[in-house]
Design a protein around this ligand. Structure first.
Ligand SMILES: Cc1cc2nc3c(=O)[nH]c(=O)nc-3n(C[C@H](O)[C@H](O)[C@H](O)COP(=O)(O)OP(=O)(O)OC[C@H]3O[C@@H](n4cnc5c(N)ncnc54)[C@H](O)[C@@H]3O)c2cc1C
Ligand code: FES
Length: 351
């Protein structure tokens, strides 16, 4: 008998002995980061960045394939006994020598995962991870002149890019309410001191919200620059309009942390068939939120329509895509993205 066949027999025997758990379950308990296990990471440190933001240092398991600066990971965290998945940009450089990665999270009001990660999570916690993904990255042929237009936690993917270096002419226009709210403020000023960055820091509490027309004076050559923008919906919508109005929309790259909801309509009664729950929903709340609020176990990922981690069969009725207004009606096997769909009248989901 070959050694592979022997190993397979030994494993089957182990499965019999360890039933109802599988041997891999025991290995997961003992060595969650081992090769072959579902990808996980161990939180090794939490560094406070501002009152409401923290950098989480994670040692990814053996299956981690690395990232490109600007990409994000999905992280699955158990909060009060429920596994919740969210997306966070990687803020560490790709070349970090110790193999660890960082994400930087801003706690938002009533935010389940962000609040947990910033204020409660302890080093030693094992979290679930997905491989890095995302298109918000620099091209292989580096542009001669770059503008980063960011606000609030939108600085995170850009910090990953800044830390990777490799650019010769970089301007950043960053907004936050006050100096003490600027995430990575010291790192940014270190880069300025090293002449690796020209920084326009905008404190909106005192200076007011940035009007993009001001770019003409703040960054006179802004239109020549390849631009990466990340921040609240208002900033990104305005940037898309501004760049398009100058006929240079192709020079603007944006990353959104939330879907831009353009259409809402009448809601309806939502039934979760498997769980047997029925709740009333308005026409603007994503069915993912409706289900979670009703205590239904809903799969999810990015929560903004990009990862398809939330798709669920629609068994009856109709739902509206909040980004486009498009109505999907139940028919055999139709799947809907619950994070960007709301009830359009009574409907039933297979959950
Ligand atoms: C590609 C991508 C990358 C991201 N990178 C980062 C990052 O690096 N750092 C970071 O802090 N966040 C990042 N996010 C946002 C993050 O995934 C979560 O949406 C955020 O942490 C809120 O989750 P929560 O569980 O705390 O809030 P929830 O409990 O899901 O929501 C609480 C309330 O806040 C609203 N809400 C949800 N998300 C947001 C949001 N982003 N902004 C404002 N209000 C919101 C909800 O509608 C709800 O009313 C990223 C999102 C995407 C899609
Ligand atoms: S959770 Fe990512 S598409 Fe819905």
């Amino acid at each position: 008998m070959t050694s592979a066949a022997l190993r397979s027999r030994a494993w089957k025997l182990l499965e019999l002995v360890t039933t109802p758990l599988l041997p891999s379950d025991y290995l997961d308990l003992l060595s969650p980061l081992r090769a072959g296990a579902d990808l996980r990471g161990r939180i090794e440190a939490v560094h406070q960045e501002t009152d409401s933001a923290a950098t989480i240092v994670i040692r990814p398991g053996k299956g981690w394939r690395g990232h490109v600066a600007g990409q994000y990971i999905r992280i699955g965290v158990d909060v009060d006994g429920v596994r919740l998945w969210r997306a966070y940009s990687v803020t560490s450089p790709t070349s970090r020598a110790d193999g660890r990665i960082t994400i930087t999270v801003k706690a938002i009001p009533d935010g389940k995962v962000s609040h947990h990660l910033v204020h409660r999570v302890q080093p030693g916690t094992v979290v679930h991870l997905d491989q890095a993904t995302g298109e918000f990255v620099l091209p292989a042929a580096k542009p001669a002149k770059v503008l980063y237009l960011t606000a609030g936690s939108g600085i995170t993917p850009v910090m990953g890019m800044l830390r990777d270096g490799g650019l010769s002419d970089v301007v950043m226009v960053h907004s936050a309410p006050r100096a003490e709210d600027v995430i990575f403020r010291k790192d940014l000023h270190d880069l300025v001191a090293d002449k690796a960055l020209t920084l326009v820091e905008r404190h909106t509490d005192t200076d007011g919200v940035l009007d993009l027309a001001e770019l003409e004076t703040l960054v006179p050559d802004w239109a020549e620059r390849e631009t990466w923008a990340c921040g609240p919906t208002g900033l990104l919508d305005a940037a898309e309009e501004h760049w398009a109005s100058r006929g240079i929309a192709d020079r603007l790259h944006t990353e959104r942390f939330r879907p831009s909801v353009v259409v809402a309509g009448d809601g309806g009664e939502v039934t979760f068939g498997k769980t047997g729950k029925t709740v009333e929903a308005d026409g603007a709340t994503p069915l993912l939120d409706v289900g979670e609020q009703a205590g239904v176990l809903m799969p999810s990922g990015c929560r903004m329509g990009i990862c398809f981690g939330c798709v669920t069969p629609l068994k009856a009725g109709a739902v509206r895509d909040l980004r486009t207004g498009e109505i999907t009606e139940a028919e055999d096997g139709v799947l809907v993205q619950t994070c960007v769909s709301a009830a359009a009248g009574p409907c039933e989901l297979e959950r």
